[in-house]
Design a protein around this ligand. Sequence first.
Ligand SMILES: [Zn+2]
Length: 397
Amino acid sequence: MARVPPTPLPAEVPFRDVSLTPQELVRYSRHIGLSEVGEDGQRQLKRASVLIVGAGGLGSPAALYLAAAGVGRIGIADFDTVDLTNLQRQVLHDTDRVGQRKTDSARARLGAINPLVRVETIDEELSAANALDIIAAYDVVIDGTDNFRTRYLTNDACVLLGRPNVYGSVLRFEGQASVFATSDGPCYRCLFPEPPPPGLVPSCAEAGVLGVLPGLVGTIQATEAIKIILGIGETLAGRLLLIDALTMGFRTIRLRRDPGCPACGTREIQSLVDYDELCAPHATAPGHLPGTVQEIAPRDLAERLRRGDPIDLIDVREPYEWRIARIDGARLIPLGQFERAVAEIPPDRDIVLYCHHGSRSRTAAEFLVERGFPRVWNLTGGIDRWSADVDPTVATY
Ligand SMILES: [Zn+2]
């Protein structure tokens, strides 16, 4: 399939033909009073369209605020039904909607908030066959997905079509947000070149998530979408926002477009690929053998390093995390490359693995133990605990 060049916001309706009714002037008066928005900005919002992929924890607040803000056309893509476990965070859905389609629930709720906006529901799974057609019909995409398959698919389609992709993700107490696939900014693949092997990253269903956190991140995504439509302020394009709800720490790190990125750099991805294959269980996917990995406390590791013990210290985090902070003497093997890099790990040495908090590295350690590596330790509490217990000059995030 030929690549569609990036285009400016498609104007289905010429701006000059969009006007605000007296009722709209009243409804949106707090927007119109802002000089950065004004009547012209509100007309831009009315003419604009946003696709929300996933009517879950992130999509819920995003959809509610975009409808309230008067975004003229809102697409909701979700093929799931409302489950009782969703209601702890998916505020788009009510208790009496359990068992119903999420798209129906979303349509009813958004229509009640603002009957002046058009809600379009896409009640099918985004796939390589339909994603380009669906996404091409919208100006901006909000990625509210909770799985790698749809996340890579959405990213690649947005890059091919030149649609800004407002990214958010949450797990436990931590969240991230950015804006990908702008004309000169990085994309999701620049940050995460390939999905981790299945099982190495837990889902919210497995690891849990603080219910209010997707509310926070989804609201940030709605904010970014509105800024993109209005062309105001500075978006998160080229920056990754990291949120820690426990410390209420917010920090942003710079992201660069990767010239070798197959999506937005070399552009070798010219059509959507088989994302089930990309994210499918690998033949050698690690099994979980809980309890088989030894733990080492940061202070004990520091003592061993001080003594000069020969230790292969391996950091399994992502490159952007490595740039924030690292432990002296470590080398980086991101989890996504771990399977392929196993051959480079000498089995006769003591191996200590670490990540941010100790859970990704534990899974990587189980993987090595399963492959017969005799002396493998997981650093308890990860680099975060290392910073607290051993070396406070190591930045936390
Ligand atoms: Zn890229």
